[in-house]
Design a protein around this ligand. Structure first.
Ligand code: P6P
Length: 326
């Protein structure tokens, strides 16, 4: 079967050579990271370091290796003006960065706690433009390109420039990504939701009522039987809902409210929201669209509810109606 290669796709779809080059550099980084992930146990890259990331999470050797690979690959493009990484407290910005240069926000290895148990992990990124040092943090609606790589049974790169979402599979023998999942779409309704149910005691009433109704099945208010999944890797859970529908919830709750939630706006929520909404889904905090949340700090956190638009609207309407009546 003849597939369109990523290089041919970028030549066809991206008119700006430097943007096409940056996406190619990111794809190359993801390919290198996939090899590092595959060989983690052989290279002694499992386990933990004594460092913590800006979130206070213990860093794994492989988190730092992935960040290094991603950073160096992006900086091979001389138009990259700023980098915002989950693994680095400070935002990198080139001293002579000029308006229009690229800003790349990225999580080099999402869900890395899965590596030691051989489950899927991924990398997430968005590309926007450097306005000036005061406007360094990308607004969701200004994102020009977003994507993720998933390091699973196959390595895939899912990419969007805002008009459609296309999925590429790494052909290891041919040493290139090829277009295997053109125009990925999210159906409006679903029977599958993803949430960490061990946090139920912290949820607000809206989320509790929503999950309770899903679990009530055919005899419950939803009149249908739902399935639940939780992979503890946002990339894997979002990829599943892009492939077969679903809803992903990591809401702000009583325990993480002080930090604004668990997931980070710039390099988890925003890129995934851009991808999901381009694929016909919806991405919300429950009270606002994620792409409209103003970025204030590089590692800012947010509530995340995204996926099938009918389900997200149901939750938004519940938040708008106010607390669940006892
Ligand atoms: P929990 C991974 O650490 C991550 O940032 C997301 O990829 C994932 O959805 C979430 O956190 C998992 O969180 O609380 O289930 O471990």
């Amino acid at each position: 079967m003849k597939f369109v290669t990523l290089n041919a796709y970028l030549k066809r779809e991206v008119s700006e050579p430097s943007l096409a080059n940056l996406v190619d550099r990111i794809a190359s980084a993801c390919w290198q990271i996939s090899a590092t992930v595959r060989n983690a146990a052989l290279a002694g890259n499992q386990g933990e370091t004594v460092n913590v990331n800006p979130q206070g999470e213990v860093q794994k050797p492989i988190d730092l290796i992935a960040d290094d690979i991603f950073r160096h690959s992006c900086l091979q493009n001389s138009d990259v003006g700023a980098l915002i990484s989950e693994e680095v407290q400070e935002v990198y910005h080139r001293t002579d960065a000029k308006e229009g240069d690229f800003v790349v926000a990225y999580d080099p290895l999402d869900g890395s706690s899965n590596i030691d148990v051989n489950l899927s992990v991924g990398s997430i990124f968005s590309i926007s433009r450097f306005q000036d040092i005061q406007a360094l943090l990308p607004a969701g609606r200004k994102i020009e390109c977003a994507g993720y790589a998933i390091y699973g049974p196959s390595v895939m790169l899912v990419l969007t420039f805002g008009d459609k979402v296309d999925g590429f599979t790494l052909d290891v023998d041919a040493a290139e990504f090829v277009l295997t999942h053109p125009n990925m779409q999210i159906s409006n309704d679903t029977i599958e939701f993803a949430i960490n149910t061990s946090r139920e005691r912290f949820w607000d009433d809206i989320v509790s009522a929503y999950v309770e109704d899903c679990i009530a099945g055919d005899d419950g208010p939803r009149r249908k039987s739902f399935n639940m999944r939780w992979t503890a890797s946002m990339v894997a859970d979002v990829h599943r809902l892009l492939c077969r529908g679903g809803v992903f919830l990591y809401p702000q709750d009583k325990e993480n409210a002080g930090q604004g939630g668990k997931l980070r706006l710039l390099y988890e929520a925003q890129p995934m929201a851009f991808i999901v909404e381009t694929a016909g889904g919806r991405a919300s905090t429950g009270k606002a669209r994620i792409l409209d949340v103003p970025p204030q700090t590089p590692h800012q956190r947010t509530s995340v509810i995204l996926g099938a638009s009918d389900e997200i609207e149901r939750l938004e309407n519940a938040y708008a109606a106010g607390p669940v009546k006892a």
